[in-house]
Design a protein around this ligand. Structure first.
Ligand SMILES: NC(=O)c1ccc[n+]([C@@H]2O[C@H](COP(=O)([O-])OP(=O)(O)OC[C@H]3O[C@@H](n4cnc5c(N)ncnc54)[C@H](OP(=O)(O)O)[C@@H]3O)[C@@H](O)[C@H]2O)c1
Length: 300
């Protein structure tokens, strides 16, 4: 399928972003202003990224998926999340093709299968991911979910990869409070730089405990499936608030999650108008009335 081009029927706010980006002269102007999260070592990472689940599964979609990621990067998005699981390596190859020639601008996140997370398995899986991504380093390497391999093995392997420059940071995904306690009790557990978990307006279970736990330890939360599905996006008051801010419901849903300190979002989009809406998120400032209405409609 041929890639769909940029939408000609964008809200005014998005058209303004596109103008400001495309008129930027210097490479360091090529991004859009956005809030950052802070990793435990103090490094700043943009709070808005993009995901790649369901990419790399079908050859016929290859060009469209690469074009979609490139378009997101063109619109200033700088974080790309993938995993060896997605398309069994296919999504990492899509990311590799999309970041070719602009690697240094991008913060690349990928994930390790838990069944590969042994001492030697982690090192080998990392090498395979590096190959598919076409890079010499991964910015953030996560173990995808808690598996059977003792945690200490995975953490030690992560630290070896870090010492060897193959990864810059490591972290976890789908770790609940008890898992985090176990992790942080390990000698090198304090090196954990992020926890990627399910978090959207319709699923706010992390808010009472896991979220403050991670915030209190300086560990960013990466919200996955942050849009929560079309049913959430169609639910009142998202469409009404979107009209007020001259954007779409997805952008409002993401902006709402980003009100939380040290939370980042990684929505996935292949359709160009979707990407344009997502790129608008850093410019949306929800007010107290918006947030109160969202909290009433989607209680924590
Ligand atoms: N760690 C984990 O266990 C885990 C689990 C799930 C996901 N993830 C990561 O998190 C990323 C995001 O999660 P997700 O892919 O499950 O769900 P999501 O990002 O919440 O939603 C993706 C869906 O929303 C659509 N969409 C995107 N922008 C939209 C917009 N502006 N308006 C309406 N619909 C829009 C996309 O359509 P189109 O693609 O057609 O544009 C796609 O169908 C994944 O891609 C993956 O990288 C991690």
């Amino acid at each position: 399928m041929a890639p769909r081009g940029p939408s000609n029927r964008l809200p005014a706010g998005v058209r303004a972003i596109r103008r400001s980006f495309w008129s930027a002269a210097a490479p360091d102007n090529a991004g859009i202003a956005m809030e950052d999260v802070t990793l435990p070592d103090g490094e700043k990472v943009p709070a808005l990224g993009v995901g790649t689940w369901r990419m790399g599964e079908a050859a016929r979609a290859h060009d469209q998926e690469v074009a979609a990621l490139r378009y997101a990067l063109d619109l200033g998005i700088r974080v790309v999340d993938t995993a060896e699981m997605y398309g069994e390596g296919g999504a990492e190859e899509i990311v590799g093709a999309a970041i070719k020639g602009r690697r240094d601008e991008i913060f690349v996140v990928t994930k390790l299968y838990p069944h590969n997370a042994s001492s030697q398995g982690t090192i080998e899986a990392c090498e395979r991911s590096l190959e598919r991504l076409g890079t010499d380093r991964i910015d953030l390497y996560l173990v995808h979910w808690r598996g059977q391999v003792p945690l200490v093995e995975t953490v030690e392997a992560f630290e070896r990869l870090k010492a060897g420059g193959k990864i810059r940071h490591w972290g976890v995904s789908n770790y609940q409070l008890g898992d985090m306690d176990e992790l942080l009790a390990l000698e090198a557990g304090g090196g954990c730089a992020a926890n990627q978990v399910l978090y959207h307006l319709g699923e706010r279970r992390i808010e009472p405990d896991l979220l403050p736990f991670c915030q209190g330890r300086g560990i960013p939360i990466m919200a996955y499936t942050p849009l929560g599905g079309q049913r959430v996006l169609r639910s009142s008051p998202l469409p009404q608030i979107a009209i007020k801010h001259d954007t779409g419901p997805a952008a409002v849903a993401l902006a709402c999650l980003l009100r939380n300190e040290n939370v980042m979002v990684i929505p996935k989009a292949v359709q160009f108008p979707h990407i344009e809406e997502i790129a608008q998120v850093p410019h949306i400032k929800l007010d107290a009335e918006d947030l109160a209405a969202l909290d009433r409609a989607f209680p924590a």
